[in-house]
Design a binder for this molecule. Structure first.
Ligand SMILES: C[S@@+](CC[C@H](N)C(=O)[O-])C[C@H]1O[C@@H](n2cnc3c(N)ncnc32)[C@H](O)[C@@H]1O
Length: 355
């Protein structure tokens, strides 16, 4: 790795991304991903999410330019937002980078008035150069009826020809849900599900590559990168979010792997694999025989113990409320946060950190 970048890698750095970008040299990052504030008046701890229309866009153009600048010629730039803002981003990005995909992530979004109910977010996926962008084909498990387990799509007489794991991932993602349970989310208004980032990282990076996220939040991109054996650089304005990310990153291991292949796990299952890894991975699965029985039989892992146990980091809710209150009152306090690291929902260990 280039020495110039080494001092920033595997770190979440607190500060304004426009300032922090100044230290990052040109053309060294494999993948940049941004999930910026959407200017929807969300309650962030230290960011005003309500700028004037043009002010917001001018600001976006500055950090988008920086993302393109630091990305390698073989690298990719991904921008997550509501479609309204992506239309402006695309017009701007088309001047400096190369359109590859508009990924539609099927997830309910905030109602925007008397119109069609918004039901997806977009992810603009651009290559730095026209040719040579690193992109891998991915697969996800066949979608099935929850109760009976039958394939949702009617493949007619073609079931014999189906891929045992599942179809190639298209540019419409319907199988990744937003974080529903408060237990699984940090005190952050719009944390992304990690397996969404797993999919993007598997799509456009390899082991050891560097992923940079200028709006790191509570560290979703960095955690995904670390558990997939990649390097990360995160920028985040809010000191508390930085602290939470660091705590979570400490318990994450680069273990999202089956044999030698990096894969994305979620809820005791595989969610995304690379097409080219299937030949190596298939020996770990029981594939339905004869193949047409895939209609009602899942391809399953032979041994579920191969799925790494996710260590859960749980914050004491009361402590987090107290931090909010004292900030509102203008007081700065140091508070001991108790964290329970819980593998498989069993209490495992407890330690204290100062926020
Ligand atoms: C939509 S959230 C990102 C959430 C993140 N993807 C996650 O899953 O946790 C946007 C984040 O950008 C941060 N932010 C806002 N302005 C910033 C700036 N100028 N530089 C760095 N971070 C900023 C906010 O504090 C917020 O955490």
């Amino acid at each position: 790795m280039n020495n110039e970048l080494e001092k920033y890698t595997n770190q979440i750095i607190q500060g304004d991304c426009l300032e922090l970008f100044k230290d990052i040299p040109d053309n060294l990052v494999d993948m940049t991903f941004a999930d910026p504030p959407f200017n929807l008046k969300k309650k962030y701890t230290s960011y005003n999410d309500s700028l004037e229309f043009q002010e917001y866009l001018n600001w976006c153009e500055q950090w988008i330019s920086e993302m393109v600048r630091v990305t390698k010629p073989t690298g990719s730039i991904s921008l997550h937002n509501i479609p309204k803002w992506l239309t402006y981003y695309a017009t701007f990005l088309n001047k400096f980078a190369h359109f590859k995909h508009w990924i539609s992530w099927d997830a309910p979004t905030a109602p925007m008035g008397k119109s069609l109910q918004p039901a997806h977010y977009g992810i603009l996926f651009y290559g730095k150069e026209t040719k040579g962008t690193k992109i891998h084909e991915l697969r996800y498990p066949h979608k099935r009826d929850r109760k009976q387990g039958f394939l949702l799509k009617d493949y007619g007489g073609k079931k014999d020809k189906l891929h045992p794991f599942g179809p190639l991932v298209s540019d419409v993602w319907t199988d990744i849900h937003r974080i529903k349970h408060n237990k699984k989310r940090d005190p952050h208004p719009c944390q992304l599900p990690i397996h969404l980032l797993d999919r993007l990282i598997l799509l456009s990076t390899d082991e050891g590559d560097i992923v940079l996220d200028p709006f790191s939040g509570t560290g979703t991109t960095a955690i995904s990168a670390k558990r997939l054996g990649r390097k990360y650089i995160g920028f985040e304005l809010d000191a508390e979010y930085v602290e939470i990310s660091k705590i979570k990153l400490e318990v994450v291991e680069p273990n999202f792997k089956l044999d030698k292949s990096w894969v994305s796990f979620y809820l005791n299952d595989l969610i995304t694999i690379r097409d080219k890894d299937w030949n190596k991975l298939k020996e770990y699965f029981i594939v339905p025989e004869p193949m047409r029985t895939i209609d009602y039989k899942k391809t399953v892992l032979k041994d579920k113990k191969l799925i790494p146990k996710e260590k859960e980091v749980i914050y004491e809710v009361n402590n987090i409320c107290k931090i909010d209150e004292t900030r509102k009152n203008g007081k700065v306090i140091k508070q001991i946060e108790t964290i329970k690291i819980d593998a498989n929902n069993d209490f495992k260990s407890e330690r204290k950190v100062v926020i």
